[in-house]
Design a protein around this ligand. Sequence first.
Ligand code: ACO
Length: 311
Amino acid sequence: TEDEKREAFRERIDKGEKIEPKDWMPEQYKQQLIRMMSQHAHSEIVGMLPEGNWITRAPSLKRKIVLLAKVQDEAGHGMYLYSATETLGVRRQDLIEDYLYGTAKYSSIFNYPTLTFADICVIGWLVDGAAIVNQTMLAKSSYGPYSRANIRICKEESFHKKQGYEMLAKMADGTSDQQKMAQDAVNRWWWPTLMMFGPHDEDSPNSAELIKWGVKTKTNDELRQDFVDRTVMEAKAIGVTLPDPELKYNEETGHWEFGEIPWDEFWSVIKGNGPMNRERMKTRRKAYEEGEWVREAAMEYARKRKLKDEK
Ligand code: ACO
């Protein structure tokens, strides 16, 4: 019966077993995974835009090669995650169209502009650093394909973080103009990075269910705290200041306390009113529409090959 299946599923989750595509799973588990994994995939793809913006203007050949490789990695993560989502019986094209013309979300962080090359350094250090904290947790997720996707993604993200941190360290050790540029970028990206982890646990409608099913193994606030604790020392080591006067070490808890996140800004960005939302969506829709002939040609080629193979 349905109840027995649910019970057996629960036991598998509690034992820490991975759920695989052909296994029985509750419909709501499947729907939550589709929502979250596709949102993750869309974020990787749209995440290419703020950095892609600087490829032609990277300050040296070395920086350009690294940035090109990193942006390509993000495309790979997106494709990999779409494939993982397709194991749940949905079509990639429908997911993409729900994001371009419907209501599917992507990460708030990619709705901010990259004004100088220091933003590229800070994205590597803070944004990819935050992604690693979130995705190392997701690598332990109960759904096999999503867990394995995140293991691979984290390996590449840790290279992304290192290149960003190394660049920022150099810039923060440079001329006074370079130091100002580095600090200005840290000031602008710090709060939006903390917002990447999602709303406070009490305002997070999905967390309880995701944790019950082992999709998430830590809450939004736990991960955000983990990220702040790691980042304070990294900032000190390279001489940049995190723009939060309330940042204070609590001896008793062993954690860094931090100020109030500007939540109005977060909700406004996820509703589509951030500084770059319209621009990002316009660019993605244009790319999708202009790529239609490529998709058509690929499908036609596949169809003809199949016919030939059948003969
Ligand atoms: N940006 C955009 N939307 C967000 C964000 C964010 N930073 N945080 C939360 N939301 C949305 C949720 O998707 C949810 O909306 P929905 O129900 O319409 O889908 C709503 O706000 C409420 O949030 P929660 O209930 O807390 O949602 P959830 O439990 O799924 O937690 C989180 C959100 C942390 C983003 C989670 O879904 C997650 O870990 N996703 C996978 C990782 C990911 O998407 N990373 C993308 C950026 S990293 C990178 O690419 C570099």
